[in-house]
Unconditional design. Structure first.
Length: 307
């Protein structure tokens, strides 16, 4: 009797199609499992991102709400829009809010120039020059990273008060030209140590001194570290409230953080809507600087050994 359960006859010239095996089925199941885990991972990351960004979203929505509705509604959709918060916030202080943005911009520019000038020269000296006490000085410089600002703020204030610089930008800008930010010095030292010394030796053979080596060889190669210093100095100075509160006393010298504080009155009424509206305006420069400088920021950390 002929067996009808046999496989179909093979066609000459065409290879037989192998039956699916168990390992392939296991591989398909493993691929589906990995896809499911990836979906769950991305879903968890999206939920975590929403939770982290919720305060910012709430502030944006609150800037469009009337004052009486801000703390009564926790949703992210206002019952009514109040664009007048931005108009009122811009003109509610002694000066237009643009005046305070200009003050913060001048302060940021001075601090950025000071850090780029002083920290680069100091870092080059620690990384390339040989002088007595270099290691001790570098260790003392690193120890200042652990020193809270509140420890030195009183003697600094006394010194600047005796020189008549209180209520000016000088106490906030001048220390930057004296290389007081040890974090940026350490970052640049690590970057310069990664530059081959053969470049310095070749330049020295051509008759270059330390200044020409620094400005023509080392400095052009420090673009990532310089960009990182610029971005961090901008963010820290723009958001600095404590230093401005100590040294700036009159509204014509106020920076953005002090101007935002002026919308709140502990003894009277506080204009929360205007404060939230101007807070959104003050975040725009930070967002733009970080957006366009992010690639330099990542490159700067990746090339300085601080990963």
């Amino acid at each position: 009797m002929t067996d009808l359960s046999t496989a179909a006859p093979e066609i000459p010239g065409r290879p037989a199609t192998p039956a699916p095996t168990a390992p392939r089925r296991k591989a398909a199941g493993g691929s589906a499992g990995r896809s499911g885990r990836a979906v769950l991972k991305h879903a968890a990351m999206i939920v975590a991102s929403i939770i982290m960004i919720y305060p910012l979203l709430w502030m944006v929505v609150s800037s469009l709400r009337p004052n009486e509705e801000i703390f009564r509604n926790a949703s992210l959709w206002p019952l009514s829009f109040d664009i007048d918060n931005y108009v009122r916030g811009w003109t509610a202080q002694s000066f237009d809010f643009g005046h305070y943005i200009l003050n913060s911009t001048l302060l940021v520019v001075g601090c950025v120039i000071g850090n780029l000038f002083a920290c680069t020269l100091t870092a080059y000296a620690f990384a390339r020059l040989r002088f007595w006490g270099r290691n001790i000085a570098f260790a003392v410089m690193l120890m200042t990273l652990m020193l809270p600002i509140h420890v030195v703020i009183v003697p600094q204030y006394i010194m600047f008060s005796q020189t008549g610089w209180v209520n000016t930008m000088l106490p906030l800008i001048l220390p930057k030209f004296l290389a007081t930010d040890a974090f940026f010095i350490f970052l640049m030292v690590q970057f310069i140590r990664g530059i081959p010394r053969e470049l310095d030796e070749a330049a020295r053979i051509d008759g270059c001194g330390h200044l020409r080596i620094f400005f023509r060889i080392v400095l052009p190669l420090m673009t990532p570290a310089l960009a990182t210093t610029t971005i961090f100095t901008f963010m820290w100075t723009w958001n600095d409230f404590f230093g401005s509160l100590i040294y700036l006393t009159t509204p014509d010298h106020f920076t953005v953080p002090l101007a935002l504080k002026s919308y709140l009155d502990s003894q009277g009424s506080s204009d929360w809507g205007a404060m939230f509206a101007m807070s959104i305006v003050s975040l725009v420069p930070l967002f733009l600087v970080f957006l366009f400088g992010q690639k330099f920021l990542v490159r700067g950390f990746a090339t300085t050994g601080i990963k």
